[in-house]
Design a protein around this ligand. Structure first.
Ligand code: ATP
Length: 133
C-alpha cells in the first residue's frame, strides 16, 4: 500500500511526523479522506479527531481547528493544538467540559457564547479521542 508523509505542527512544536496510508479528518465543509496522490488543497479544519491509518495501526489525534494542506505526497496539519490520546489529561478535559456546560446553562448577560461553545467542543473532542465520553 502506498503511503504519504503526515506532519502535524502546533505553536508548541511538532506533534507527529510519519508515513501513513490514509488521513481522515473533518474540514469545516465536511469529512475528507486523503490517500497518496490526492490533488493539492488547503482547507480549514474543525475541532475534531484526525485519524491516521498506518500499515497495521491507526492513530487518532484531537485537533483544535487550524488548517490542512494536502499535496500528493504530503499532508501538513497546522493547528492551535493537537494531542495524541496518551497526552490528553482526561480529568482536565472533564473539568473544562463541566465549566463550559455550566456557563452555557447559566447563560448570564456577560456570557461570551461562542467562547464557551468552543471550549465545550475542545473538551468533548479530547474526551471522544480518549474514548471517555
Ligand atoms: P483548559 O480550559 O483545560 O485549559 P482549553 O480547551 O482551553 O482547556 P486549549 O486552549 O485548547 O485548552 O489548549 C491550551 C494548551 O493546553 C494546548 O497546548 C493543549 O494541547 C493543552 N491542553 C488543553 N487541554 C488539555 C488536556 N485535557 N490534556 C492535555 N493537554 C491539554
Amino acid at each position: 500500500m502506498k503511503t504519504l508523509t503526515v506532519s502535524v505542527v502546533t505553536p508548541d512544536g511538532p506533534v507527529l511526523e510519519d508515513r501513513f496510508e490514509m488521513v481522515s479528518c473533518k474540514a469545516e465543509y465536511g469529512e475528507l479522506g486523503i490517500l497518496p496522490g490526492h490533488i493539492p488543497l488547503v482547507a480549514p479544519l474543525s475541532i475534531s479527531a484526525v485519524r491516521l491509518k498506518g500499515n497495521n495501526t491507526t492513530e487518532n489525534l484531537a485537533v483544535n481547528g487550524g488548517f490542512l494542506e494536502v499535496r500528493p505526497d504530503k499532508v501538513t496539519i497546522l493547528a492551535q493544538s493537537a494531542e495524541k490520546p496518551t497526552d490528553i489529561d482526561v480529568e482536565r478535559a472533564k473539568k473544562a467540559k463541566q465549566r463550559a456546560e455550566s456557563r452555557l446553562q447559566a447563560n448570564q448577560d456577560d456570557l461570551d457564547f461562542k467562547r464557551a461553545e468552543y471550549a465545550l467542543k475542545r473538551a468533548m473532542n479530547r474526551l471522544d479521542v480518549t474514548g471517555q465520553r
